[in-house]
Write a protein that binds this ligand. Structure first.
Ligand code: UDP
Length: 319
């Protein structure tokens, strides 16, 4: 019998790629999404697939599905989106996590929780190993996401300790690729959209802050690899790419790759914006041989191609 997999947030950027990959591996996929930040067009091509079912629902309402595995991805992940509706973001992270864990208690399902590098906040340990407890402002603009994800991790470990739930907590670092929305507000989609439209490239602060960007295909390999680990492995575990770049360098790279005439302009740095971020991938490399092979230029070229096609079809809306 095929493995039944519930993907919450299955119509989002990472979720829709994951659904496709699971179907390719002959699994049955239930995609749950309320379309608050996910998009129907991301999963349109999957709807006719025999193993795929779509449920339009909010993860904060109780869940009742037969599932062997659950990937809990439901939550807006772009700062622009999660800060638009912070109360909903926090509720999704916390109540959604409880509902997923309660479903696992009923069904015995294994859970992969999509946690985040944001649990490290604005880190003063660099690169960030899983043993680092982080530096998060619990009342700041990002806290609905950061603290929500931290609380979700706590719930995972408490359900594991108290009820023996099989959990895998994965801390996902910045990820990019086709199916990002032009208006999703994240830096790569923003810069590419601006470059393709000949608009100014908005670098926040001096652009000296760093991120490390993982191409979606590499991340998916990691997620499936972690889900397949034995019940003794709970995480937390980092997944991402450890090639680090400043936002100014990223802007220049995207201008060059798009051949754009756009110029860089500097805007105010948003509050609590992490100054540096790079995963320590030792654990993922040792445990599952994780090897994020896609270099930034290759990944950017395919993302540029996708956004070019998307922009030719429809213009971005704002938050
Ligand atoms: N950023 C930027 N210009 C933009 C959007 C983002 O300079 O138009 C910066 C942002 O301040 C942050 C980095 O790019 O330092 C990554 O931002 P993103 O929103 O993609 O995600 P984050 O890693 O902050 O969650």
């Amino acid at each position: 019998m095929a493995t039944k997999v519930l993907v919450t947030g299955g119509a989002g950027f990472i979720g829709s790629h994951l659904c496709r990959k699971l179907l390719d591996r002959n699994m049955e996929v239930i995609c749950l999404d309320d379309f608050s930040s996910g998009h129907r067009k991301n999963i349109q091509a999957l709807i006719s697939h025999r193993g795929f079912s779509l449920v339009q629902a909010d993860v904060t309402a109780p869940l009742d599905f037969a599932a062997d595995e659950i990937y809990n991805l439901a939550c807006p992940a772009s700062p622009l989106h999660y800060q638009c509706r912070p109360v909903q973001t926090l509720r999704t992270n916390v109540l959604g996590m409880i509902n997923v864990l309660e479903l696992a208690r009923k069904t015995g399902a294994r859970i992969l929780q999509a946690s985040t590098s944001e649990v490290y906040g604005d880190p003063d340990v660099h690169p960030q190993p899983e043993t680092y407890w982080g530096r998060v402002n619990q009342i700041g603009a990002r806290s609905c996401y950061d603290e929500g994800k931290r609380c979700a991790e706590t719930f995972c470990f408490d359900y594991h300790r108290q009820y023996g739930i099989d959990i895998k907590v994965v801390r996902i670092f910045n990820t990019y690729g086709p199916f990002m929305q032009p208006d999703d507000g994240r830096v790569i989609s923003n810069f590419i959209t601006q470059a393709l439209q000949g608009q100014d490239i908005t670098v926040f602060g001096q652009g000296s802050q760093t991120r490390s960007f993982c191409y979606i295909d590499d991340l998916l390999e990691g997620l499936l690899g972690i889900m397949a680990t034995g019940p003794d492995f709970t995480g937390p575990i980092n997944l991402g790419n450890d090639m680090e770049i400043t936002m100014l360098e990223l802007a220049e790279k995207i201008i060059a790759l798009t051949g754009s005439n756009s110029r860089v302009v500097f805007k105010n740095l948003p509050p609590d914006d992490p100054r540096q971020r790079r995963p320590d991938l030792t654990l993922a490399r040792d445990l599952i041989g994780f090897d994020p092979l896609t270099d930034l230029e290759t990944g950017l070229v395919s993302t540029i191609q996708y956004l070019k096609t998307t922009l030719a079809r429809d213009l971005p809306a704002s938050c």
